[in-house]
Design a protein around this ligand. Structure first.
Ligand SMILES: Cc1cc2nc3c(=O)[nH]c(=O)nc-3n(C[C@H](O)[C@H](O)[C@H](O)COP(=O)(O)OP(=O)(O)OC[C@H]3O[C@@H](n4cnc5c(N)ncnc54)[C@H](O)[C@@H]3O)c2cc1C
Length: 460
């Protein structure tokens, strides 16, 4: 263990005495599942702590601070960047059992939750009250609100509603020293002091452990309308997206699939020839029935004007589910079909998506890889699924990934819109951030965590 001694029996006993044996998991076999997320990196922790209250987390961090052992926070382990992987061993702090929805306050339009609440459970609980929590990562039935806040998760609804950051009003967090802070507010606004809340959001568990969240809710839109549009070429589809947005429409989702993706989900498409299309757009509007309907009709007409070969309305929730299944199924099929599979999630400027995607075939040829593109066309967040059919080509593919990331940065984009840096992308940080920015961020980390015990080995 680099710079960290293994936990001695004495420290483990102190942990069990301070926290109670119920929340300490020991033994390699039991710890293995806590050593990986949905990415490629793995490392078995020496033990796992599963607290049920913030005071136990404070006790753990006081001991970690005293004996200098690493602690890696973990939500539900669906991250794609290795953020929850304990790269130096030590303790994994699983927040899964702190999963209570503490309050849904209709009058103030807020929810107060523990970090381990599954995102879908919260969305359904507030929906039952006629309220709406918009963030919708594709993993929503298996990821946690705390993990979403730590990674600033987004999803299809971002184009209209923004990311998790826009819905967290305040948090309680435990610092690496074991001290507790509250950051943010319970109100709709607040500008008192530096914005520590938004420093914690998206910090991938490297600055503090989020133990409670105050979330902003909206009234539930009464109606959602969906269309599926097929285009002969990707650039016509992307030009359509630019036009839809430029004409003042604010769809609640604009998802796209390229031709390669369509070929993988041919059996799910609504008509036989759809598989020969160059691109597919799934567009939704929501709001009051007449407004959502009028807006989707206007967007449908724009699609036809811009050259869509087919525009289909999903008139009921069953048909809507079928259209979404096309979008959801594609990632699984790409992964299943490819011995080498690396999911990247770059963001290109909206007006530059078609240009960016059109430059990928050259890189595919140069680096012997095959790239399947789909994702959130409305905000430029393109999921590039980089694949190769021979594991021996992995090193070359890695060079190809770097070339793709350099390209997106050179076009004014960013190397990650959702997944974060974790361990998987830390070697690429310098492609986007200037040395002075990285230095400043390292200094911030040192202020929060001078002993380097909270989630070490991530981001930098
Ligand atoms: C099939 C699939 C689809 C996905 N789709 C999307 C998508 O559409 N949009 C998107 O943004 N992401 C997506 N992801 C990635 C992932 O689901 C998100 O990053 C999610 O927010 C992670 O939540 P989690 O609870 O699983 O966190 P984990 O993976 O357990 O942890 C993620 C990071 O957060 C930190 N962390 C977790 N909980 C806390 C806490 N309470 N306090 C401090 N730090 C904490 C961890 O240390 C780690 O760095 C997808 C993943 C999969 C497998």
């Amino acid at each position: 263990m680099k710079g960290y001694a293994p936990l001695s029996d004495e420290i483990i006993n102190a942990l069990v005495n301070a926290l109670g044996s119920d929340c300490v998991i020991q033994g390699r076999e039991k710890c293995i599942p806590f050593g990986e997320d949905a990415g490629e990196d793995k490392r078995v922790p020496q033990l796992v702590v599963e607290p049920t209250c913030p005071e136990q987390i404070q006790e753990l961090m006081r001991l970690a601070d005293r004996h200098r052992f690493p602690v890696t926070p973990r939500g539900l382990g669906t991250g794609l960047a290795g953020g929850a992987v304990p790269v130096f061993g030590g303790v994994v702090l699983s927040l899964a059992k702190m999963n209570r929805i503490l309050a849904i306050d209709r009058k103030n339009l807020i929810a107060v939750v523990e970090p381990g609440v599954v995102t879908m459970d919260l969305k359904q609980a507030v929906m039952a009250e006629g309220l709406f929590y918009p963030p919708d990562p594709a993993s929503l039935d298996t990821c946690s609100i705390g993990g979403n806040a730590a990674t600033n998760a987004g999803g299809p609804a971002c184009v209209k509603y923004g990311t998790t950051r826009d819905y967290v009003l305040g948090v309680d967090a435990v610092l690496p020293s074991g001290e507790k802070i509250s950051a943010g507010v319970r109100t709709r606004k607040g500008v008192v002091g530096y914005d520590l809340l938004h420093l914690l959001i998206g910090s991938e568990g490297t600055l503090g452990i989020i133990t409670r969240l105050i979330l902003r809710l909206l009234p539930l839109p009464p109606c959602t309308m969906t269309i599926a549009a097929f285009f002969p070429h990707l650039d016509t589809a992307m030009d359509t997206v630019s036009r839809v947005l430029a004409e003042g429409h604010i769809p609640s989702a604009v998802e796209f699939l390229d031709q390669k993706c369509l070929a993988l989900v041919g059996d799910l498409l609504p008509f036989e020839n759809a598989v020969n299309s160059g691109a597919f757009l799934l567009i939704e509007t929501d709001g009051m029935q007449d407004l959502a309907q009028r807006e989707i009709e206007a967007i449908g007409s724009l699609c036809v004007d811009c050259g869509a070969s087919e525009v289909l309305l999903a008139p009921d929730s069953q048909k809507r589910q079928r259209v979404w299944e096309i979008r959801r199924e594609v990632a699984l099929r790409i992964e299943d079909a490819s011995p080498v599979y690396v999911p990247e999630d770059v963001v290109a400027p909206i007006g530059g998506i078609a240009d960016f995607v059109s430059r990928l075939p050259e890189l595919e040829r140069e680096y012997g890889m095959s790239i399947y593109s789909f994702g959130h066309a409305g905000d430029g967040n393109i999921h590039l699924n980089i694949t190769a059919d021979d594991p021996e080509r992995r090193a070359m593919v890695d060079r190809g990934i770097e070339a793709v990331l350099r390209l997106v940065v050179s076009m004014g984009g960013t190397i990650s819109g959702e997944h974060g840096i974790g361990v998987a992308k830390k070697r690429f940080l310098h492609l986007e951030l200037l040395p002075e920015s990285i230095r400043l961020q390292r200094e911030i980390k040192k202020i929060f965590d001078p002993k380097g015990i909270l989630n070490p080995g991530k981001i930098f």
